[in-house]
Design a protein around this ligand. Structure first.
Ligand SMILES: *Cc1c(COP(=O)(O)O)cnc(C)c1O
Length: 492
């Protein structure tokens, strides 16, 4: 299948090459020339692994033996064979994406990507090593490290914002084992780290290096495509529960940062799945909410550090893919992305916004409302959710209240509550009328103390990978200025 950049549809690569490169040479993101015909009803009839293999074979046809790769990726790594179970909670259905090896939804994709990449290397007869470069706002880093550790022919370097991730997230990364891994803190925020990674790609373009660079961020189509499966899986669960009949539309509320997860939902819709509205939930970094309201994207603003750090993002890279998909106009996308780079903002024509709003609805949920939501859902429904999921939940409620849309709602749950135990602990212990300042204060003690306290209070089991962390030695303690990232990689 032919893939091209979102910014130019006259240069093509096949799907194996797109996975190997990650980012297109012109800085755009790879997209298939056309969405393939797909038997979505047959897909719904499969097990989660069969669904995944079907979707991935359709989108990445040059990568052979997909069923085998999927089996290797997932077998024994998730807490349940359902991979991504659903739980009915009140009027909504929660899709738990955090039952994998690092308790983050990114595990679904990052268990699969190394398999895709290794297979793509074989298809292309590549003998140079692949160096995976990843900027992380917290969760991608660990999930990528765990996915790629000791994979032959591949090395991985993860950059995270110094002070910008939770104690537990940091502990997960700096204790990482494996002979092919590097982890480094960058003085700056997530956008600095992500821009730094993009600059390294640009600087290395065309250079004769001992390794080929690639990316584990959702700019890589091999990272995005494995996420489509769980929309099918959730739909199937609703069918099995008798909550819908085949063909009924279902809405999905997605805690959003880089726009990868929610774009996978739109790709599921393009493959035929009856998806209604995709609800884009942001935290107080509400760039996307504003964009969906006004058609103006503006990254020139302060980045707020919030209780949902994996969504603390001002440049949502995968929005570029949506702009391409709904306009079909690479020239327009190239122009908008150039404006984003030089002016920090762009304005999307109204015809295109109308198309976007046909499928998407945006809302934001600040920390105070998020923590109140966690406390309320715990008290009223006995369901414990993390801070990211809370924004998905709260924005889903806002959506239903404002629109009266009665279609079934699936809220994507993107992290275990034990990854952000301080915030979740305050949320479930505070009195219902707690003032913002009191609710937002982290409880005394450190992350691991909060984990224990949260467990003692709620009885919700701590995932083993998090429970074992505190005994592990720190192995990666470098902190570098943001303009030294290239040097760091070249010295590895
Ligand atoms: C990465 C992440 C998100 C955002 O997903 P995108 O694909 O970047 O939009 C939301 N929640 C958690 C916990 C995450 O780790």
């Amino acid at each position: 299948m032919r893939y091209h950049s979102t910014r130019n549809d006259s240069v093509f690569v096949d799907s194996a090459q797109a996975v190997l490169e990650g980012l297109a040479p012109d800085g755009g993101l790879y997209m298939p020339e056309a969405i393939p015909a797909f038997d979505w009803q047959k897909c719904l009839a499969g097990t989660p692994m069969e669904m995944s293999a079907m979707i991935l074979s359709a989108l990445l046809p040059e990568i052979p033996d997909m069923e085998d790769l999927v089996r290797k990726a997932y077998t024994g790594k998730f807490q349940t064979e359902a991979l991504t179970p659903t739980v009915p909670v009140g009027d909504f259905t929660v899709l738990e994406l955090f039952r994998g090896p690092t308790s983050a939804f990114k595990d679904v994709a990052l268990c699969m990507l190394p398999q895709l990449l290794t297979a793509a290397r074989a298809v292309k007869g590549m003998d140079r090593e692949v160096m995976i470069l990843t900027a992380t706002s917290g969760d991608t880093g660990k999930a990528a490290l765990e996915g790629f550790r000791d994979v032959p022919g591949v090395r991985i370097t993860v950059f995270y914002p110094h002070g910008g991730v939770s104690q537990v997230q940091r502990a997960q990364m700096v204790t990482q084992e494996g002979s092919n891994v590097a982890v480094c803190a960058v003085e700056g925020n997530f956008d600095d780290a992500q821009t730094g990674v993009k600059n390294i790609f640009a600087a290395c373009q065309g250079k004769d290096l001992p390794f080929a660079l690639s990316s584990a961020n959702s700019i890589n189509i091999g990272r995005l495509a494995p996420q489509i499966m769980y929309y099918f899986k959730a739909y199937r669960d609703l069918l099995d529960a008798g909550k819908i009949t085949l063909g009924d539309q279902v809405n999905f509320s997605v805690p959003t940062g880089n726009f990868g997860d929610i774009l996978a939902g739109y790709l599921a819709k393009l493959l035929g799945l009856p998806v209604g509205k995709l609800i884009c939930a942001s935290n107080s970094n509400n760039v996307l909410t504003e964009f969906l309201d006004t058609g103006r994207y503006n990254r020139i603003r302060l980045l707020h550090k919030t209780k949902s750090p994996s969504m603390d993002i001002l440049v949502s890279s995968n929005l570029e893919r949506l702009l391409y998909l709904l306009s079909g106009d690479c020239g327009l996308v190239a122009e908008l992305m150039e404006k984003l780079k030089t002016d920090g903002r762009y304005h999307v024509p109204e015809y295109l916004m109308a198309r976007i709003r046909n499928h998407f609805w945006g809302g934001a949920c600040g920390d105070y409302k998020g923590l109140q939501t966690i406390g309320r859902v715990w008290r009223e429904r006995g369901y414990l959710m993390d801070t990211h999921t809370a924004s998905g939940w709260a924005v889903a409620e806002d959506y239903v209240n404002q629109t009266g849309d009665k279609r079934p709602m699936v809220v994507l749950s993107t992290a275990s509550p034990y990854k952000f135990p301080g915030a979740v602990l305050s949320a479930v212990t505070a009195p219902t009328d707690a003032l913002p300042a009191d609710l937002l204060k982290e409880p005394a003690g450190e992350g691991f103390d909060h984990m224990d306290a949260l467990h003692a209070l709620t009885g919700v089991p701590v995932p083993p990978n998090l429970a074992n962390l505190r005994q592990k030695p720190e192995r990666h303690t470098n902190v570098i200025p943001k303009d030294e990232m290239l040097e760091y990689v070249l010295k590895l």
